[in-house]
Design a binder for this molecule. Sequence first.
Ligand SMILES: Cc1ncc(COP(=O)(O)O)c(C=O)c1O
Length: 381
Amino acid sequence: MPLQPFTLERYFAKHEFSARYLLSSSDCEPLPMTDLLAMASDGTAALWHDLTLAYTESAGHPLLREMIASIYRGLNAEDILTAAPEEIIYLFMNTFLEPGDHVVSTFPGYQSLYELARARSCRLSFWKPREEEGWAFTAADLEALLEQDTKLVVMNFPHNPTGYVPPAKEYEKMVRMATDRGALVFSDEMYRFLEIVPGTTLPAACELSDRAVSLFGLSKSFGLPGLRTGWLACRDGDILRNMQELKDYTTICGSAPSEILAMIALENRVRIITGHIERVRKNLALLQDFGKRLLVTSPQDLSQVTGQPAVFELIPPVGGSVCFPRLPGVGSTFDFCERLVNEASIMLLPSKLFEWDDTHVRIGLGRENFPEVLERFVRYL
Ligand SMILES: Cc1ncc(COP(=O)(O)O)c(C=O)c1O
C-alpha cells in the first residue's frame, strides 16, 4: 500500500513560512544558536571549536549516546540509536512490522505513528480518548482492543494533540497489560519533561519493561527542532541493529554540528526545559482567561463577538505544549481555519487534519509571541 500524504505536515508546508502568526506550533520557542553555545561547558565548547565536518558514527556520537542513556534508569550508551525523531518512527515501523500484524495506536495523533503501519498493510485498531472524561485514555479501553496476536501498542504521552497524561499507576498498568500479552510497546515521549501539572512526569516506557521502547528528542521539550536530533532508547539489540541497517538507506548518520549542539542541550536539560515549561504555563493561563471571557458573556454579548452563539471549550492539557479545544460556534473548524489564515494571516490547525471531527482546533502554547497572536485571534473573532 503506498504511503498517504502526511496531512498535518503538508498543511504546515503550505502555511508555516507564509502565515505571519503561528498559533498551532507544537515545538517550544526555538533557542537561538548563540544562546545555546553560551551554555557549553569547557568540554563541549572544545568539541564545537575543533569540529571537523566529516561523516559521523551511524548509531550516533558515543559521548552523545552516553549522555542520552544517563536520562534513563538502567540503560547504557549501546541501548541508544540517534536519528531525527520522525526518522526513528520510520525506521522502527518499517523494520519491526510485517504485513498483517495487529497494531493498536493512540488516536488522534501524529500521523506517522499509525500511517506507516497502515502502509505496511497491518491491521490497525485505534485507541481513542474519552473527551467527556478529560481526554482520558484508559487501560480498560486498551484491553478491549488487544487481540491474541497484537504485535505492537503505540502510545504517546503527553499526548499530541490533547495534552493528556495518564496517572502513573494507570500508565504502568497499560504497559504491563500490553507486554504481558506479548506485544511490544512503542512509546512516543517527544513531550516528556514538559508536564504542566507538577508531579505528572511518567517513567520512560523503556525503564518499565525490556519489551518497551521510548522515542524522545530535542524538537519539542528542548525547543531545538532544527537540530533534527532524536533517539530510540531500547534494550533489544536486534531492534536497534535492524533500524541501523535501514538507516544506511535514509541518512546514514547524524549531522556533525547537530551532535555537538545536542550535547550542549543535554548538559543544560533542566535549565532549558524549565524556561519552556514556565512559558507554556503562562500562555495556558492566558488562553484559559480568553476562554472564560467567551464563556461568561450573555448570548447577546457573544453574538457581538462572533456573529453567532460561540463558546470555547478547553480541557486543560496535563502536559506537553499543545491543547485541543472545541470551537462549536464557528461552524466547520476546517473552513474557519482557512478564513483565519487568509484574512488574518494566523495559522491554526483544524481537527480534520487529525482525521478527528470538524469542531476542534490544536493550539500551541510554547511560543514567546503567543500573547500577541492570541490577542490578534480574539480581535479576529
Ligand atoms: C508526537 C510526535 N512524535 C514525533 C514527532 C516528530 O518530531 P520531529 O518533527 O522533530 O521529527 C512529532 C512532531 O510534531 C510529534 O508531535
